[in-house]
Design a protein around this ligand. Structure first.
Ligand SMILES: Cc1ncc(COP(=O)(O)O)c(C=O)c1O
Length: 440
């Protein structure tokens, strides 16, 4: 397969579906360009008019094993033919415990662990919030600006990414405070790494804990080891290590939201492994089951000490999703995590010179196949170029490449982990043409 645009975009069939969608679907969805999926195979997706695109979104960092991966499809078919649902809340089934055992073997948490399954990322965050309060008997949470943890009311309270996600939904849950993340390209304190001595960490201890929040009231710090929706921001290693130290000092739980960064995307099974830090609770979803709805939280058995009946979910840990997840983990461990490192390094090496070459490229950063390109108006002021970023994405779409944005002005590169060098070259060429034409 190869990208091939054979109609004007959107084509006639796509236009018809979009007009019905506009009539019946919630207007809250964020469709930035008119791609109407018909089917997919690996890194390629085909729209309803037969146009072929290279998909560097993976359905927002979900389809890690590529579209319709035959191993995953076969696992889904096999399980669906046996039984589709039997409420893991009330009954037992082997495939659920098999996946729990498998996840416990790979998460970077010491000792005996336990798993709670959910249907989505936001639900995993909700479960982690409840568990953190239950376990510590404390009520306060610390989260970060630019964080995205989901849109249900608890998770939304932790989210600090875009005001449109919160506007009209107050009051959210009480007891959440946001502090600056270690976003060195745009240091909120206007300092330089590493002469800053990680002031963003010191702020928590020297300002927050002295002036407004008693650390003994804090149940958990929620952190994305690499911020996703907020702009694909990679913090320095000392930031994550410092958070771990602060948590240890005050008996606070460190909750790593790996909904987007987990399951091999960054070239390790979990992004937090790049930082040599152990979380107390890890939250997973997105890439865990190649697109079947599934999420999970995993914690040590000491932390996951809530009692019979205190939390449950009808669909969480659905057997078909568990089957897809086991097949996904086979593929990740065999080959795809390694491929994320190799292809991620290759892409970054080719993209980094764009910072020198193009006035509108401010920063290229990322781990594995979680890469962000920040688009700016001016190298000196770093003024974010939101409209230009969007134009670049549209140009790529019209030329057969699906991309998404993240943050205000960043291009988000999160392809399926199955990409080859040829796919990477094709995507980079399309992105470069778009940048050269739209931004110069
Ligand atoms: C880091 C992170 N946490 C939580 C969520 C919420 O996940 P979901 O959309 O499955 O509820 C997302 C979704 O983008 C995410 O990126």
């Amino acid at each position: 397969m190869f990208p091939k645009i054979r109609t004007s975009l959107p084509g006639p069939k796509a236009r018809e579906i979009i007009s019905r969608d506009k009539r019946y679907m919630s207007p809250s969805y964020t469709r930035d360009y008119p791609f109407v999926m018909d089917h997919g195979e690996g890194v390629y997706v085909v729209d309803v008019d037969g146009n072929v695109f290279l998909d560097f979104t993976a359905g927002i960092a979900v389809c890690a094993t590529g579209h319709a991966n035959p191993r995953v499809v076969s696992a889904i078919r096999k399980q669906a033919g046996k039984f589709i649902h039997m409420s893991g809340t009330d009954f037992y089934y082997n495939i659920q415990v098999e996946l729990a055992e498998r996840l416990c073997r790979v998460v970077p948490i010491k000792g005996k662990k336990r798993v709670f399954f959910t249907n989505s990322g936001a639900e995993a965050i909700e479960a982690a919030m409840k568990l953190a309060r239950y376990h510590t008997m404390r009520h306060q949470f610390i989260a970060f600006f630019n964080a995205f943890h989901g849109r249900t009311l608890g998770a939304l309270s932790l989210t600090g990414s875009k005001i449109i996600q919160k506007k009209g939904f107050y009051p959210l849950i009480p007891g959440v405070v946001h502090v600056p993340y270690s976003y060195c390209y745009r240091c909120p304190y206007n300092l330089q790494y590493d002469s800053c001595c990680l002031y963003c960490l010191k702020y928590i201890e020297d300002m927050l804990f002295l002036k407004t929040v008693d650390p003994d009231d804090v149940a958990a710090i929620f952190v994305e080891p690499v911020q996703g929706e907020g702009g694909y921001v990679v913090p320095p290693v000392e930031f994550m290590k410092g958070l771990r130290r602060t948590c240890n000092k005050y008996g606070i739980l460190l909750v790593c939201d790996e909904v987007q960064s987990g399951m091999g995307r960054t070239g390790k099974m979990f992004a937090v492994q790049h930082f040599g830090v152990q979380p107390d609770i890890i939250c997973l979803a997105k890439g865990i089951a190649s697109g079947m709805p599934l999420g999970a939280i995993i914690a040590s058995e000491d932390v996951m000490n809530w009692e019979y009946g205190s939390h449950a979910s009808t669909f969480g840990g659905n057997p078909v999703s568990c089957a897809a997840s086991l097949a996904t983990m086979d593929l990740l461990e065999k080959q795809l995590i390694k491929n994320a490192t190799v292809m991620g390094d290759y892409m970054k090496e080719r993209l980094l010179p764009f910072v020198e070459k193009y006035d509108c490229v401010g920063d290229v950063r990322g781990l594995g196949l979680m890469i962000g390109i920040e688009i700016i108006r001016d190298k000196r002021t770093k003024e974010p170029a939101n409209a230009l970023r969007n134009k670049i994405i549209h140009h790529c779409f019209n030329n057969g490449l699906l991309l998404l944005g993240c943050g205000l002005n960043t291009l988000r590169i999160c392809p399926p982990l199955v990409i080859t060098k040829e796919h990477a070259d094709l995507a980079i060429a399309t992105i470069e043409k778009a940048i050269a034409k739209m931004g110069g």
